[in-house]
Ligand binder design. Structure first.
Ligand code: HEC
Ligand code: HEC
Ligand code: HEC
Ligand code: HEC
Length: 423
């Protein structure tokens, strides 16, 4: 029963960081023999269209194997491979490939034991087709780290980690992957032949040159040094002008506090919130007025506040509040809420909140995913209820509305308590 439920959770991609699937590396070494032909015995494959599995997160490998087995992810070669694997086989094989480092170096054997790594098969390099565009790894790195706000491309770094090594275990490592494979997957996401809501949206705005550049960067992230350091996002440097924002913030103080820590819980804390998220909200409040509620975020109070603000004012105000320190209200943690936040609820179709708001609740600034840590319970509850009734509809691709639709009143209470308790 336990494995049945777990595999179901993985199928839905709900589990994110729990190490519940501790497979047996030794058993995996034996079972992975049939994978070696394409993926290499140490998970480093010969041909660019066969992904490297060495050092990939075990959780991600299991999730993909389940997706190939269920037909949710389609591939003529992998479908028959995954069809015959039980949950235990998947866990063991995943543990085996995950035990290598990204370049295929086996783990040191435990003292007194022989290495579990199969004898390394030297893969035959497939002929590389000469592309008519010479990819630019530096441009790839900049796009990876910064995204491109004008073209609506979310930075990759928030989800796939610094230099392509992600902290969230269902988000794949991309470093040291074959560029051909990266290019193929981004095209599959773009054409919706591989389905993942976030990746489908992001890849939609990538050009073929962007994709080639990203492939070139990810194939060897360490080869691209600290390029144009000034344009690479450094946390705690802001797009807007903090001092100019502070001067403008006097009118906000009555409700949000002069430093973004409100005195009354119904008003959201703005201190330490993501700058890009704050900027988006201010624009959304204004858009709602201009489109008579068709687009944006409808709020009568904030509509009046943003009316006189220019884009520069909004950027500066966002920078100012983002630069302030949040004084979280002391709230007790909530076990049910914690479970929902970290693992989601597969039975009711609720994605784990940490996949986007991150494990500590601080969100992802590059993606304009808000920090919800230490925000007041009453404000968090009110927003979840608004997303649930769709009276707040400014979330791209209905990311929050589709999740909130499945939350019960008790879920909202519990998860709001938990989010408020995060520091
Ligand atoms: C005949 C060649 C072949 C064999 C054998 C094979 N694979 Fe694959 N595998 C592929 C190809 C091709 C893809 C990429 C599919 C795509 O483009 O979406 C893939 C993709 C994968 C992925 C997804 C990787 C990612 O980064 O998303 C996993 C996991 C995987 N294979 C595991 C296995 C395991 C485990 C076995 C052995 C039981 C195996 N494969 C055997 C060809 C093969
Ligand atoms: C909000 C989080 C998020 C952002 C931002 C994001 N990704 Fe992803 N990405 C994911 C997830 C989750 C998956 C795994 C999808 C699945 O389970 O099939 C993925 C999968 C991928 C894959 C397939 C990897 C494999 O091994 O098959 C590639 C390539 C990729 N992303 C590239 C990018 C690039 C390039 C960017 C930036 C332009 C980006 N991603 C931005 C979450 C994200
Ligand atoms: C009279 C009280 C009041 C004043 C003054 C006020 N706000 Fe607000 N603000 C609110 C309320 C109420 C909300 C929550 C709206 C909702 O429930 O969606 C809000 C929400 C926000 C949000 C969204 C926060 C989030 O986490 O999504 C931002 C950003 C914001 N205000 C910025 C400002 C700025 C900047 C100013 C000054 C120019 C300002 N506010 C002045 C009452 C006020
Ligand atoms: C796929 C990504 C994703 C997942 C998963 C997700 N969120 Fe969100 N969430 C967002 C985005 C994006 C926004 C901001 C939308 C906007 O631009 O206004 C948001 C906004 C919120 C807000 C409003 C914050 C504010 O300051 O107004 C709350 C509260 C929230 N999410 C809670 C949750 C909870 C609880 C879960 C899990 C049950 C969850 N989220 C899962 C992406 C996500």
């Amino acid at each position: 029963m336990k494995t049945v439920i777990l595999s179901f959770l993985f199928t839905l991609g709900i589990f994110s960081n729990a190490d519940v699937f501790a497979g047996d590396v030794k058993a995996g070494a034996t079972k992975s023999a049939m994978c070696a032909a394409c993926h290499g015995s140490n998970g480093v494959s010969a041909a660019g269209n066969y992904p490297n599995l060495a050092g990939q997160h075990a959780d991600y490998i299991v999730k993909q194997l389940n997706a190939f087995k269920s037909g949710e992810r389609k591939d003529v070669m992998m479908a028959p491979m995954a069809a015959g694997l039980s949950d235990t086989d998947m866990a063991d094989i995943a543990a085996y490939f995950a035990s290598f480092s990204r370049d295929g170096t086996p783990p040191p054997p435990p003292s007194g034991e022989e290495s579990t790594a199969a004898e390394s098969v030297t893969p035959v390099r497939a002929a590389t087709v000469k592309p008519d565009y010479v990819p630019d790894a530096i441009a790839g790195k900049l796009l990876y780290q910064l995204g491109d706000q004008k073209r609506d491309i979310t930075a990759c770094i928030g989800c796939h980690g610094t230099d392509g090594n992600s902290d969230v275990l269902i988000n794949p490592n991309l470093a040291k992957q074959h560029p051909e494979y990266i290019v193929k997957q981004l095209n599959n996401f773009k054409e919706n032949s591989r389905n993942n809501a976030v990746m489908n949206q992001i890849s939609g705005n990538l050009t073929s040159n962007d994709i080639a550049n990203l492939g070139a960067y990810l194939s060897d992230t360490s080869a691209v040094g600290e390029v144009k350091a000034t344009s690479v996002v450094v946390r705690k440097s802001f797009v807007g002008d903090v001092a100019a924002g502070k001067a403008k913030a006097l009118t906000c103080a009555a409700c949000h506090g002069s430093d973004g820590n409100p005195a009354v819980a119904m008003y959201p804390a703005l201190a330490g919130q993501s700058e890009s998220y704050l900027f988006k909200q201010l624009q959304d409040f204004k858009d709602a007025v201009e489109t008579k509620g068709e687009n944006g975020r409808v709020d009568p109070v904030m509509a009046g506040m943003v009316a006189p603000l220019s884009d520069d004012d909004m950027q500066n105000l966002s920078a100012y509040f983002a630069s302030q320190t949040l004084n979280p209200i002391i709230t007790k943690a909530n076990a049910k809420g914690k479970k929902l936040f970290i693992s989601g609820d597969p039975i009711n179709g609720i994605t784990a909140c940490m996949a986007c708001h991150s494990i500590n609740g601080k969100g992802m600034d590059n993606a304009a995913f808000p920090s919800i840590a230490g925000q007041s319970v009453s404000y968090l509850k009110a927003q979840l209820e608004k997303f649930r009734s769709a009276s707040r509809g400014n979330d791209k691709n209905s990311m929050m509305r589709s999740i909130a639709a499945n939350l019960s009143d008790q879920d909202i209470e519990a998860v709001s308590q938990y989010m408020a308790s995060l520091k």
